[in-house]
Design a protein around this ligand. Sequence first.
Ligand code: 5GP
Length: 240
Amino acid sequence: MNYQGELLYTGKTKQVFTTENPEQVIIHYKDDALAYNGIKRAQITNKGVINNKISANIYQRLEKLGFNTHFIERINDREQLCKRKEHFIQLEFIVRNIAAGSMAKRLGLKVGTSLPTPVYELCYKNDELHDPLINEHHAVALGLSSYEELAEIQAIVVHLNAELQKIFNSIGVTLVDAKFEFGRTAADGSLVLADEISPDTTRLWDTATLESLDKDRFRRDLGKISEAYMEILKRLEENF
Ligand code: 5GP
């Protein structure tokens, strides 16, 4: 492990450390897997290494496409250097292209139903409340964001979904849905895409076989979890 400063934060799957530069942090990816609000827990060998590499690969592509992100560089197998956030927006921005997960359950839709237009959802990031689905008015009333900021993020999410769909289509993978998080940097308060983008935060189906290559393998006890994550990494690296 590299020199790590003070532990700033321990999350469910990652730890964040200070660096000598007050505007940067090191994010360390652990092997922990959690689902159903922490009721289901396990260690998945090498998941942290694989997700660190997947997320870094995707963020490098997004940076090249002009997205403002927190990512600076991957520094080793489990760690990446990122811009420090002075403010995390306590919201999850979800986009769905195909009905699955909580949307399929809530609306009685058959898993796999193609959505004629992407569906955008907001969730209040709050473990005690189980990240409830809210709308933009709730977000503003709760002081989590402003209408202007939400509109700015919405435009970014539309663009992100389009570009990520292209990236995954090019490796024979369908982006079913994804969750994004945003923050403002300590350096200048600019809005950046934050958190990982990996099989933990997206649903990814093999386009040919419709096999899940994501965290649903853990949620639904489908087995071969790290193999599926590794398959995503392999295809991303082969097509970089
Ligand atoms: P759903 O609402 O169907 O459970 O999730 C929709 C998408 O957002 C899935 O790709 C899921 O992995 C992601 N997602 C939603 N909430 C969370 C969360 O709290 N943590 C993580 N890692 N992903 C989430």
